[in-house]
Design a protein around this ligand. Sequence first.
Ligand SMILES: [Zn+2]
Length: 279
Amino acid sequence: MAGILGFGLLDLLLVDKAFAWDTPPLRVHTRAQWKAVPPRRRAQVLSRAPDRIVVHHTATPNSKDYSVAHAYQLSRQIQGFHMNTRRWDDAGQQLTISRGGHVMEGRNGSLAAIRAGRHLVGAQALHHNSHTIGIENEGTYSQAAVPARLWSSLVETCAWLCTEYRLDPFRAIVGHRDLVATDCPGDVFYARLPELRGDVARLLDLDETSDESDEEFDSEKVSAQPKVKAKPKKAPPKAKVKPKTKPKAKPKTKPKEPSSGIPLLEDGTLELPDLPMLP
Ligand SMILES: [Zn+2]
């Protein structure tokens, strides 16, 4: 537990309000960074973890612009569509990944909730929003290939979520179409979900081999994964006990949470009505 609690906050403070994961570091760009507009209402946070990670595509053009500026523009575009056209309270998805591999917070409070091991209810999978967290991947993958940069960021993001939420990637990672009648995330992306689960598991398993000794880990594997060591190694054993036994432990260690001043709700029973699906 010490490893879990000790990791993350320091890196958050060191890496410009972002989550550092691996080499190259995974950085989650905050809403402030992409200049989100305020939500109409703050999002609901449940005291339990989600049990599924839902992979979406945005069904937007397959842009060749891999810049962070484009990624921010994408986030603003999605938020505007969800709030102004769909009339939702905020962006529906919890996380967004651009084709350039830039990872961004979606719905307000998502990063704080993830770090606290709690589920922030989004609007991304009809009838399943109360127990699933959604990742919107930029592009349309009915035929096009998934950019390597997007893929690697998605693998790292899923590994991060599996760690924070104590999830088994083989069970947790699903496509939108597994839950709802939709083409999302496209045939090409969907066909690669087994590979995604394997890549995530491999990233987590690599770490488990260093479970016995941080020193040994440092000497042998520091070049491969210098920052991932503290958290994933503790994840598997706690997969089922964590949501019930530790919901208040982690938040105490994260008082300086910079991404959101919104206090987390303790309520684990209230649930929003299911919201419309994303593409
Ligand atoms: Zn979708």
